[in-house]
Design a binder for this molecule. Structure first.
Ligand SMILES: [Fe+2]
Ligand SMILES: [Fe+2]
Length: 274
């Protein structure tokens, strides 16, 4: 059995120091690896990444992450990724990592992804340069995901994203902002290369469960969606059957999950601030 813990949208800042470390204590008893689906920081500032690095350094399981839009906000994503890598985190962007666990080999391919919308209601690479650049970025990140997934020869393959590949896991968000929350191009990339699971975040008010048109399970693990420190997804050695269990509860008073306060904040934030 391969056990995967996953969470997204931690939005860590210096003011939240200590809360995460406590939530993650004992994680090795429940999971073989921790995946973090972007928005690691509040505003992409290096001191926020340093605070997170302190929390993750020396953790009892391997940590794999992608950056989110918040981690790009200060235009210093390379510094954010570098600080986390110094703490031992595998920060992916168009590449993949293999982790050998007692239950089998796990491959994780990661990209941030981007928006553009979903079939029937999506943007196109047409018109103004800004619109072409928007959709081109999504296409490039989707192609990078497809290549990274295809490079993996492991028992289980997971796509780790920040943006959503399907609309199902956005349900709960205003439909008007779906094009800013993800793109169907990401799902097409997953279905072409194949995967056992897609993990993403970004949609704070979305829904945990979805599936790609090709039948790959999708899980939105934004912390305000899973309402716990992390969700756990398990795979048999053959890699094709997923089961899910809860991680530590949301209501254990440790302060990492901020309950209705953060959910309400998400509801009033513009789409670009998810
Ligand atoms: Fe986000
Ligand atoms: Fe977020």
């Amino acid at each position: 059995m391969i056990r995967v813990a996953a969470v997204g949208d931690l939005h860590v800042g210096p003011d939240s120091a200590g809360a995460l470390r406590e939530q993650l204590s004992g994680i090795h008893e429940k999971a073989d690896v921790l995946l973090i689906a972007g928005d690691l920081t509040k505003g992409g500032e290096p001191e926020e990444a340093e605070a997170l690095a302190l929390e993750l350094e020396g953790l009892s399981v391997r940590v794999v992450a992608v950056l989110g839009n918040h981690d790009h906000h200060a235009d210093r994503p390379a510094e954010i990724a570098g600080l986390l890598r110094e703490a031992g985190v595998a920060v992916l962007e168009g590449d993949a990592v293999r982790i050998d666990t007692p239950g089998g080999s796990l491959g994780v391919a990661g990209v941030k992804g981007f928006g553009g919308g979903f079939s029937g209601a999506s943007g196109a690479e047409f018109g103004e340069p800004e619109m072409k650049a928007f959709i081109r970025h999504t296409k490039e990140r989707s192609e990078a995901l497809e290549s990274a997934l295809a490079s993996l020869e492991t028992d289980v393959r997971i796509a780790l994203l920040h943006y959503a590949p399907v609309r199902e896991t956005l349900l709960g968000e205003p439909p008007e902002i779906f094009p800013f929350l993800g793109s169907y191009l990401l799902a097409e990339a997953v279905d072409r290369s194949g995967a056992d699971l897609v993990i993403h975040g970004h949609a704070h008010r979305g829904t945990e469960h979805g599936v790609t048109p090709g039948g790959v399970n999708v899980r939105n693990v934004a912390q305000t969606v899973i309402r716990q420190a992390y969700a756990i997804y398990g795979f048999d050695a053959g890699g094709r059957r997923e089961w899910a269990t809860a991680g530590r509860g949301a209501h254990d008073g440790q302060g990492l999950w901020e309950g209705r306060a953060s959910r309400d904040a998400a509801s009033s934030a513009p789409a670009s601030e998810r």
